[in-house]
Design a protein. Structure first.
Length: 191
């Protein structure tokens, strides 16, 4: 990023203490680097809320580069307000360009999809749990318990064997039986 290059570092590295920024007239002069570090998150958030994370990085960089490129940073009385105005103007220019091109509301698959990905995954997981429950129901209670101890709790064959007082080989056979049953149900389900 060009703004970070001006500072000789990559954006987002390290957790440094945020310098105090004052918009009071007559406050001590501030270096551009300190100003950049203090204001980056605020400007990035402004653009992220409006344009999304993908474009926010570029727009934030553009705002800082306009401020830096103006050559007026040292003489600006209220640099925070000036940067905010630059960011706002960049955003308005972007909207005007999109109107000219006919792109009023860009579609974001992850955000605007009819079924959000998380909801879809939850529905698939619920369906899968139901299918496995139907597959395991005909098995003996002990075999179901062993399978669930292994799959849900993450217990080893040896750990299950010790807890239930069985041999590890018996545990292995019961888990293999449950897995075979799940495979058959899955094959029937997916045709």
């Amino acid at each position: 990023m060009l703004a970070a290059a001006c500072l000789g570092e990559e954006v987002g590295t390290g957790n440094r203490k945020r310098p105090e920024i004052s918009d009071e007239p007559g406050s001590s002069p501030l270096s551009f680097e300190a100003f950049y570090r203090a204001e980056y998150a605020r400007v990035f958030g402004f653009f992220r809320r409006r344009a999304g994370s993908d474009d926010a990085l570029d727009l934030t960089q553009e705002a800082f580069m306009r401020l830096f490129g103006s050559g007026k940073f040292a003489s600006i009385e209220f640099p925070r307000a000036y940067l905010t105005k630059i960011a706002h103007n960049i955003w308005l220019n972007r909207i005007r360009q999109q109107k000219r091109r006919g792109i009023l509301c860009p579609f974001d698959d992850a955000y605007d999809a009819p079924t959000p990905p998380d909801q879809e995954r939850r529905l698939e997981a619920r369906d899968l749990r139901r299918a496995y429950w139907r597959a395991l129901r005909p098995l003996s209670r002990k075999t179901r318990r062993i399978f669930l101890m292994h799959r849900l709790r993450g217990m080893t064959y040896l750990g299950i064997a010790e807890e239930l007082g069985m041999s590890p080989k018996a545990i292995e056979k019961r888990i293999a039986r449950a897995l075979a049953r799940c495979r058959r149900v899955s094959a029937l389900r997916h045709g």
